[in-house]
Every structure is written in C-alpha cells, then in structure tokens.
Design a protein around this ligand. Structure first.
Ligand code: DIR
Ligand code: MN
Ligand code: MN
Ligand code: MN
Length: 297
C-alpha cells in the first residue's frame, strides 16, 4: 500500500481557531515516522497553502468565510484527485471538517459509487438555510451530497454527488434538530452512541461495512477526532461528553483496516491550542497507525 499524506491547515470553516495547526503538530509529534514504522510506502506531500484569516469574513447567504473555505477545498480537491490517479491512498490531515468537501468530491470523481463512513459526534449535514452557526464544517455533507445551495454544491467542480444510501454515520450524539429531519428524509444509515453501547463498536462497524460493500468497493473514511470522549481527546473545537473510548475507536479502525475497502481518509479537527500535552495529537497518530494496519500481535 502506498500512502500520500497531505495537510490542509484550514480552520475558517469552524468558529474556534487553532485546527490550522493540526497538520504541523501531527508531524511534530511523529506521524510520519510512526507510519513509516509500519510496512507501508509513505510519501509526505506537505501542506497546501491556505489563506486563513484571524477574523471572520462575510460570505454569501449564511456561509461564514466562504471564499477561504472554497479556495482551500478546491486546492485540496485537485491534490487528492492527483494522488488517487497515481494509485496512492490519500491521508488528509486537518484542519476543520469543511475540508471533506474537497477530499470526498475528489474521491467521487474517481469512484462515482464511493461509500463514506463519517465518524463524528456531529452530523455535519446542515445546509445554509438550517445551519444554526453559519460554520461550513457543519455543512460538509450537504455540499458533498448536492443538498445545499449552488455556492456549496459547486465546490470541487464535478457533479458526482454522494448518494444518501452510500453514507453511514458512526458515533453521532449531537445532531441539530433539523439535521435529524434530513437523516429521516433521506433514510441515511446512522449508528449513534446508543447503538454502539447496545451492540458494541465491533458489531456496528461490521454492519456499516456490510451495508456499504453491497454497493461499492471504495470507501472514504472521514474521521472527526471529536467522536472520542473529551477525557481522551480534549484538543478539539466542539467537545461533547460521552464519546468513544480509545479502545472503541481502535477496534473500529482495526476492523476498517482489515476490510481492505478503504481508499481515502480524512483525519480532522485536531486543535493543538486546546490540547493538553499533545494528548489528542498522539491519539490521532495512533488512530492513523491502526487504520493503516498496525498489528497488535
Ligand atoms: C453544529 C456544530 N452542528 C453546526 N457542528 C460541528 O455548527 O452546524 N461541530 N461540526 O464540530
Ligand atoms: Mn465533523
Ligand atoms: Mn464533530
Ligand atoms: Mn466539526
């Protein structure tokens, strides 16, 4: 397996600053060295240049910092598209979760039947009309699925939108009211923390894979670190108690890794400014290792 690592130091899709430091902090804490210790060919392509700001920029409709997010996602789209075309697996380091608009649209450009596993506390499926915050990281999926206004849905050029039946959520525990309705309306498969508690993360993950594998052999994993309990992952912008434990997230990634169906990955929302002694970065690095096949025995 050949993995190409690309950083997108963007945090203007969120309201809290600091996730722009995610890619460099993951590298400083040894991400590249750790991944190279596995039996993998690792290429670090560095970071994409992002024109972040220190103040919110007014955007069209309810879209905060639209121009900055759009430009960053478009650059990422081109990079991820190129990585996939050279038969490498892209690992995208965030940055806030709005970046998935670029990475997932690029994966869809290469695999129109793409499946997505969205591992997150949040649904990230607001559109410009129902978003309570105007933050684009809470609207990524509505852009990726073509359920938002033209401004969002046209990021990443192509019109290959993600089909609602090709999306599975794992870890939801903080949906906005109107997002809940979107999930119902489009009949989207979702495993909340309650299902995980009841059936175990192993069962849920296998079911998610089975569900998607009926439709595709190409799965994009978009992992928001806030799915992990803030006791273990304090370094992220929107924390919510009652998240996954490290062993739960590792079992999830171990099962994903063994499936051999994962063709692209985002690892997002690590915010070093909110972290405690690099705890969250180190956990994110361990998650990446697990996802790429680190052996326990
Ligand atoms: C909230 C928070 N649902 C919003 N979203 C996210 O602003 O749309 N927090 N993604 O990480
Ligand atoms: Mn998210
Ligand atoms: Mn989240
Ligand atoms: Mn987020």
């Amino acid at each position: 397996k050949k993995i190409s690592i690309i950083g997108l130091p963007l945090d203007m899709g969120a309201s809290i600053r600091g996730a722009r430091l995610g890619p460099s902090t993951l590298r400083l804490n040894g991400l590249i060295r750790e991944l190279k210790s596995l039996d993998l060919e690792i290429k670090d392509l560095g970071d994409i240049e992002v024109s972040n700001s220190y103040e919110d920029q007014v955007g069209p409709k309810n879209l905060k910092n639209y121009q900055i997010v759009k430009e960053a996602c478009t650059k990422l789209y081109n990079k991820v598209d190129e990585i996939i075309k050279t038969k490498n697996l892209p690992l995208v380091l965030g940055g806030d979760h709005s970046l998935a608009i670029g990475s997932v649209k690029a994966a869809l450009n290469n695999y129109p039947d793409l499946g997505v596993i969205w591992i997150d506390t949040h649904g990230d499926i607001n559109n410009e009309k129902i978003s309570p915050s105007g933050n684009i990281h809470g609207m990524s999926l509505s852009a990726i699925m073509g359920l938002a206004c033209e401004e969002l849905s046209n990021i990443g050029q192509n019109k290959n939108f993600l089909k609602s039946q090709n999306l599975v959520y794992i870890g939801l525990r903080d949906l906005d009211k109107e997002e809940r309705q979107v999930l119902k309306d489009y009949n989207i498969k979702a495993f909340s923390l309650q299902e995980i508690d009841e059936y175990s993360i192993g069962k849920v993950t296998k079911e998610a894979l089975k569900y998607l594998n009926k439709k595709t052999n190409h799965i994009h994993v978009s992992l928001d670190i806030d799915v992990v309990d803030p006791i273990y992952a304090p370094g992220t912008g929107t924390r919510k108690n009652g998240g996954l434990t490290p062993r739960e997230i590792f079992l999830l990634t171990e099962i994903l890794s063994k499936s051999d169906l994962i063709t692209s990955v985002d690892l997002v929302e690590v915010n070093p400014l909110l972290d405690i002694k690099s705890q969250t970065s180190v956990l994110a690095i361990d998650i990446a290792k697990s996802l790429f096949g680190e052996k326990l025995l």
